[in-house]
Design a protein around this ligand. Sequence first.
Ligand code: GLU
Length: 435
Amino acid sequence: MSEIRVRFAPSPTGQVHIGNIRAAIFNWLYARHVGGKFLLRVEDIDLERSTPEAIKALLDVMQWLRLDYDEPEVYQTHNVARHLACAEALLASGHAYKAEKATKDGKTGEVVIFRMPKEGILSYDDLVKGHMEKKAADTQDFVIVRSDGSPVFHLANVVDDLDQGITHVIRGDDHVENTFKHLALFRALGAEPPRYGHLPMIVNAQGKPYSKRDGAAFVGEFRDQGYLPDALFNYLLLLGWNPGDDREVLTRDEMVDLFTLEACHSSPAKFDIKKLTWMNGEYIRRAPAAEFEAELRRRVAAAGLTIPEGFDVPFLVQQLQVRTKFWGDIPGNCAYFFTDDYEFDQKAVEKRLSGPEVPALLEDLANRFEALEPWTAAAGEEMVKQLSQGNGMGPWVHPIRVAVSGRMEGPGLFEMLQLLGREKTVARLRRAARR
Ligand code: GLU
């Protein structure tokens, strides 16, 4: 079999939608899996809507997601003469005809119209959706060159796929109807069409097409919110494909190894931001501890905080890494280790520190912690266990946590105290008791 060549062919008219980049991901993986070529074609012939900023945003996103392509990107606007030459050829062979059509400004102008087959059944075998067909009588002729002489999407898309030697077109479900047109155009140009496969629609919780009204929809927004490129890549891959078992977090090599078009599904794929966030946390959790530590040091410093001499950073990493969903959350989640001026969550204060018994309880704990030996998480836990006499440690641990950290969640309490040190723990318990 000759070389497999696929492409991502976005129209750069704004930011890059996750549905579009998912098509890029599937094409990239397919090419890498079969050892073929992955190409980028910028479909910029919609001159009113294509902008240099949008093209730049597209190239940035490709790089951010490590979607490398194997030949220089092709700009569709550079191929217009060739599109028009093909329109001429279609006119000459009788597959197209000219007609007068009303233009936007109320005048009429001459357009070139492609003649769709009129009889029988049009059909093709979709690589994802299976056999597709349509009565020729239900299709209509369509414009391929506008009255201003510019080629229409269908013509440009087909001619460029032909010239780039594309063997498989993998794109969104919204192009299924177009495919009947595109197949007819290929045949009229005397060329063997590529195989087509259409990826399922990405939908919201209500099953409607996922749009920006449902939340972040553009790759750049996810990047700005702190999602990791590999986590987004991995999550988008699961919108329409799975490895055939229950694995969800996969390395890039595993994805390349396992990806097949046969395993793509055709049913709509639900976009679930909670799952993407979980996935992000999984990527952070799996990052090397040294990488987490470097991020932590950088972000803590950037937040204007100083890690004191002798602070057990590796132990903090151990505690924090498994609980971090976004890099950006790190300073907020550990600031109280490095400053006494940390924020108190008012709900936590109300719930855990406002009882009449709390001041005496905290004073008592402060005295006991002052004398605790050794200063370890295990010794602290043992001490509170004794106090609770097997009745559950809740009445002690909750007020301690809020007093020393200002919040209700975080690392294991006794690990937190070990990290914080005796002096700070005792001072904070007394401060909370006397507030
Ligand atoms: N520019 C089209 C789009 O972004 C191309 C579709 C395709 O053939 O892949 O929807």
